[in-house]
Write a protein that binds this ligand. Structure first.
Ligand code: HEM
Length: 145
């Protein structure tokens, strides 16, 4: 269950980044297709939120497992990232995606593009990419690779 959720969380990142780019460029090119791509993006990102919350609460480094002996939350780069920074930035990004969906539905291209652009920056900044030191250690670009 834990591994399955982590793999799903890992692969959904690419789905979200792809759908976000499709909708962002669609908005810049003023394409009516953003109505449907923004809906898929909304669904993918809200699914991600649920999986993320599960991991944050019940995952292998989740709150239910508690902090290891002697670790202080804000003083430890790993736990600060996964309990505070990553969830916070991702929830803001998902909020922006949600507002953008409303704008895309109304074919407000400019607002959609700006909201998604900011969401993309936040997501790229908050993913524990494999090159990101302690938070990326042992993590992969794709699940199981
Ligand atoms: C667009 C939204 C999100 C993206 C792109 C994203 C991406 C990722 C990635 C790539 C990983 C590493 C997966 C791996 O090691 O294979 C990860 C781990 C994690 N994410 Fe997210 N995430 C998002 C949202 C969230 C949210 C909203 C939460 C919590 C509320 C969350 C909580 C976690 C936790 C706790 C881990 C560590 C899991 C573990 O190592 O066992 N994520 N995330």
């Amino acid at each position: 269950m834990e591994t399955g959720m982590l793999h799903l969380h890992s692969v959904l990142r690419w789905v979200i980044i792809l759908l976000l780019l499709i909708t962002l460029f669609g908005a810049i090119a003023k394409k009516t297709s953003i109505r449907s791509s923004s809906l898929w993006l909304l669904i993918a990102s809200h699914t991600m939120l649920l999986i993320g919350l599960y991991q944050l609460i019940a995952g292998r480094f989740g709150i239910m497992k508690g902090l290891p002996q002697g670790v202080e939350l804000m003083g430890d780069g790993f736990y600060r990232f996964f309990w505070v920074e990553h969830p916070l930035l991702m929830i803001i990004a998902i909020g922006l995606i949600t507002v953008a969906r409303g704008k895309a539905k109304a074919l407000n291209y400019r607002a959609t593009a700006w909201l998604l652009f900011i969401a993309l920056i936040l997501i790229l900044a908050a993913v524990p990419w494999p090159f990101r030191g302690v938070v990326g250690d042992g993590r992969t670009w794709f699940p199981g690779m």
